[in-house]
Design a protein around this ligand. Structure first.
Ligand code: GTP
Ligand code: SPV
Ligand code: MN
Length: 601
């Protein structure tokens, strides 16, 4: 499918929403002089503009309209097969010194990088339309909310940003006419979608992002990983708040007592699923609601952490999504959604591995080729994604838009670990919790290009997303803890431990409610926990496993702390900290010694 489209000429009244802020006008003019587009299209986010762009995208083959009866008002997009996931090796943090970017980021010198990128952008939009997308991240009335402008030559990006953010006039109004106001500059061009000319570059000091050579997800929806996390984390540290790769969920008991929980799991490790969880029958009267499924911006208020979801849509993993695993996601993507890199059935529906029902006898796969159940290739790419508006989610939290955010009772860290890490445990205190986050590891997934299934350290699930020195990031976490009089309790979970047969020991999905329940009990002051060297563990009777068909042996294995495995794990923690070249705060080094000492008690 074509993802580079020729210029479009909009009818009168569309594409002319120029803001009054001179700083924005000057910047857009500069990029226009450089990239030499056929025309500039200023987006306003209106319905009329939406319909016009959809129509154009279909005419140009960027989107395929799906069967209106099966998935109303929804479309399929196929990205270039060389461009299907985030590219960490081509992602750069361009700070004046390498040290500011730190040991976990690719660094490149700002002046040189601007010059290289400007070279690539020179006349890059010739014959194309240059869209200017104004958007805000965060609820309209939140003090945390940020304004961004993304310039792009991809109509798919415009239509995706319309779902993922609050886009259009709302941002222009919020920015106003003060040329000194804070706003993010984002420049994106597809160029020729060649991995050899693919760079995702962040200039935190300039609040600027430049992304070239990709048309896919986190590489190009600059609001998401680029602004809300990489630039966001940099601003958060400077301004005293937190930008985290976390879902935010509400959990309400039958007695109407409500808690909010934030959870950091690496990419494709279960955030969207956890955020939309439906409790099993046994938990009648309990309800889980979604505030966010990927990113949390948190501020301190009255000694507590309060979180908002800066996004307005979900960019979620499609394969494995079905009415058994995640009915709320299925309902969220049943209409008004974009699908990227899934299969197209002969009757104009979408299909993917793990969808409910039998597989189709014939389909067109994500690359646009014929596919049958006998094909060796997957019909949908493992990192195929849906883009759906939050309003579609049947369990959207009523306080989703609350400007001050929702109070966080617990923070959960978790990764994909087939061994060592128990199903769940609780840290002894904030500092120990920061240590758990800092030493987190997970098996890599298809969300980023590269090998899948390799265990790597991914502190707070932010390894690919922290926009500055990871040592300073750890210090920021410790400093936040000192400002909290009622800090959230910190937990660690692992849905992915495997038995000897290589199968997951834990059923996961809705049954994760059982884990959540223990976490909520602990927040409510329950003393149902046993002390272990790595933290508090639930005793066998503290975990509600009623009506769950699970072998007792599995439960034992799930909660087991194997001393030999942990010896290796602690050695890995040390290796990781040492690999960071002395940036890790002493307080965390000491935490490691404390854990090691507890094993010897
Ligand atoms: P990003 O959008 O990349 O940040 O991913 P995410 O963290 O939101 O992950 P998501 O919820 O989309 O889940 C990713 C994959 O993990 C999907 O294939 C899910 O089916 C699978 N998954 C999610 N929750 C569970 C669980 O509790 N158990 C098991 N076994 N698999 C799960
Ligand atoms: C992730 O990889 O964590 C995602 C998908 O949420 S992307 O937006 O492509 O980064
Ligand atoms: Mn994510």
């Amino acid at each position: 499918m074509k993802n580079i489209a020729p210029a479009i000429s909009p009818p009168a009244g569309i594409g002319d929403n120029k803001p009054v802020n001179q700083a924005v006008l000057d910047w857009v003019h500069e990029v226009e002089l450089l990239a030499k587009p056929e025309n500039v299209f200023w987006c306003d986010g209106s319905e009329r503009e939406h319909h016009f762009l959809l129509d154009q995208a279909m005419k140009q083959g960027v989107l395929i309209k799906l069967n209106e009866k099966k998935v109303p008002r929804s479309y399929l997009h196929r990205s270039n097969p060389n461009d299907v996931a985030r590219v960490e090796q081509f992602t750069f943090i361009c700070t004046p010194t390498k040290e500011e970017a730190g040991p976990t980021n690719n660094w490149s010198e700002p002046a040189e990088t601007y010059s290289k990128l400007h070279g690539l952008l020179k006349a890059a939009m010739q014959g194309r339309t240059m869209f200017v997308v104004p958007y805000i991240m965060g609820p309209p009335d939140s003090p945390l909310t940020k304004v961004g402008f993304e310039i792009t030559d991809s109509i798919y990006v415009v239509l995706s940003m319309r779902i993922m953010t609050r886009m259009g006039l709302i941002a222009v109004k919020r920015l106003g006419d003060d040329p000194a106001a804070e706003w993010n500059r984002g420049v994106h061009s597809l160029l020729d979608v060649d991995p050899a000319r693919r760079f995702i570059c962040h200039f935190p000091q300039d609040n600027t992002i430049i992304s070239v050579g990709s048309g896919y997800g986190g590489n190009v929806l600059l609001s998401k990983k680029c602004l809300a996390l990489r630039i966001g984390s940099y601003l958060a540290r400077k301004q005293g708040w937190m930008a985290e790769h976390m879902l935010i969920l509400g959990v309400e008991s039958p007695e109407d007592k409500k808690h909010y929980v934030a959870a950091a799991f690496p990419s494709a490790c279960g955030k969207t699923n956890f955020a939309m969880l439906i409790p099993p029958k046994h938990f009648a009267g309990w309800k889980v609601t979604t505030v966010g499924d990927d990113i949390a911006w948190m501020q301190i208020c009255d000694g507590r952490l309060f979180a908002v979801n800066p996004e307005n849509g979900y960019f979620g993993v499609v394969p494995g999504t079905n009415y058994r695993s995640n009915p709320n996601a299925m309902k969220s993507i049943a209409h008004d959604s974009l699908y990227t890199n899934v299969a197209l059935t002969d009757d104009g529906d979408v299909w993917w591995e793990g969808k409910d029902g039998p597989s189709p006898k014939h389909a067109i796969d994500w690359r646009g080729n014929d596919w049958t159940p006998d094909s060796k290739e997957k019909a949908a790419h493992p990192n195929s994604r849906f883009t759906a508006p939050v309003r579609n989610n049947p369990v959207l939290d009523p306080d989703f838009k609350k400007g001050d955010g929702v109070p966080i009772s617990a923070i959960i860290f978790g990764g994909r670990r087939s061994n060592t890490m128990p199903l769940l445990f609780q840290s002894f205190d904030w500092k120990h919790g920061v240590y758990l986050g800092a030493t987190m590891a997970s098996e890599t997934t298809a969300a980023a290009t590269g090998a899948v299934g390799q265990v790597r350290r991914d502190p707070m699930a932010m390894l690919p997303f922290c926009g500055y020195n990871i040592g300073d990031y750890f210090r920021h976490w410790l400093a936040i803890g000192k400002r909290l009089t009622k800090p959230p309790l910190i937990f660690n979970v692992n849905w992915f431990r495997k038995g000897e047969d290589g199968k997951f020991l834990w059923p996961g999905f809705g049954d994760n409610m059982r884990v959540l329940k223990w976490i909520i009990d602990r927040c409510e002051g329950s003393d149902g926990a046993l002390k272990s060297p790595i933290g508090w563990l639930p005793g066998l009777h503290d975990l509600d496993l009623a009506e769950l068909e699970i072998d007792h042996k599995c439960v034992d294995e799930l909660l087991e702390i194997d001393h030999e495995e942990w010896k290796k794990e602690l050695a890995e923690h040390k290796k990781f900290f040492d690999s960071l070249g002395g940036v890790v705060p002493d307080e965390l080094m000491k935490q490691r010694e404390k854990v090691a000492a507890r094993f010897k008690e």
